[in-house]
Write a protein that binds this ligand. Structure first.
Ligand code: SF4
Length: 258
């Protein structure tokens, strides 16, 4: 039974994750990564498409890890290739692509299928090396930047969404400015920023939550303000282009011509 409007659905390909991000309590509460079999996922997708779903949103805590537990290799590229064939008249969207160990073979699959959205949601969390190390993200600042460049080079025009945490324990003003500059120069298409939350059961809990709530909020708002300008410019750049869209609903006189 799907709880979303009938034209889109979330397709969960795995449960939990094997990462050790210092700020996250999920693996501790729910255990390690468990991939569903590709056959099972494709069967569910076929059922969704038969039921009228147009957009299938592929999710799990860590989609780029998919298959490593079950098939001993990352299989997200092959899985997306199969899902694209199941949904030729709709489209597939990939969420939560963890950057460390990102399977580069995924990029030509996205590029070559017209019905896989040129969109990747890749949570990067920070760009400063000390914080990335403390967060146990497994990726340095240089490798993070290189990955973003590679994705953009391989799939020109790809829409990149990311998320970041501000106010992580010990985050200095300089470390925060490094993140702000990264956001400014990278120009993400979509962005979520979260104030660090000190959670019991995480490895970061033993650190001192020493950035005040006020500063966390100020940093969050400053980045989002920068992002607003970036988003506005990107949206203005789309004026006059023709895009295939899915309409969620028509509300009153919204000026929508169907
Ligand atoms: S933040 Fe995501 S990838 Fe990291 S441990 Fe939590 S669920 Fe796993």
């Amino acid at each position: 039974m799907i709880s979303t409007p009938s034209h889109y659905a979330y397709l969960k390909i795995a449960e939990v994750c094997d990462r050790k991000c210092s700020f996250c309590a999920i693996p501790g509460i729910r255990g390690g990564h468990v991939s569903r079999s590709s056959a099972d996922i494709v069967k569910e997708a076929e059922g969704l498409v038969a039921g009228g779903v147009k957009e299938i949103i592929v999710i799990s805590q860590d989609t780029t890890y998919y298959g490593l537990d079950l098939y001993k290799r990352r299989k997200i590229a092959g899985l997306l290739d199969s899902l694209a064939k199941v949904n030729p008249d709709g489209w597939i969207r990939l969420h939560y692509a963890y950057p460390h160990g990102f399977p580069l073979e995924l990029l030509p699959v996205i590029r070559e299928h017209q019905n896989i959205c040129r969109y990747i949601d890749i949570p990067l969390q920070h760009i400063n090396n000390r914080i990335l190390r403390s967060m146990k993200r497994g990726l340095s600042s240089a490798r993070t930047r290189k990955l973003v460049d590679t994705i953009r080079k391989e799939i020109p025009g790809i829409i990149l969404r990311s998320s970041f945490i501000v106010g992580y324990p010990g985050e200095t003003d300089q470390e925060y400015r490094e993140l702000l500059e990264f956001v400014r120069e990278t120009g993400f298409d979509r962005l979520g920023v979260f104030a660090y939350s000190h959670e019991e059961g995480t490895s970061a809990f033993k650190l001192r939550d020493d950035v005040s709530r006020k500063i966390k909020q100020e940093r969050l708002e400053e980045i989002m303000e920068v992002q607003e300008g970036i988003s506005l410019n990107k949206n203005l750049g789309r004026l006059g282009t023709n895009l295939k869209v899915l309409i969620d609903r028509k509300e009153g006189d919204s000026g929508c011509r169907q």
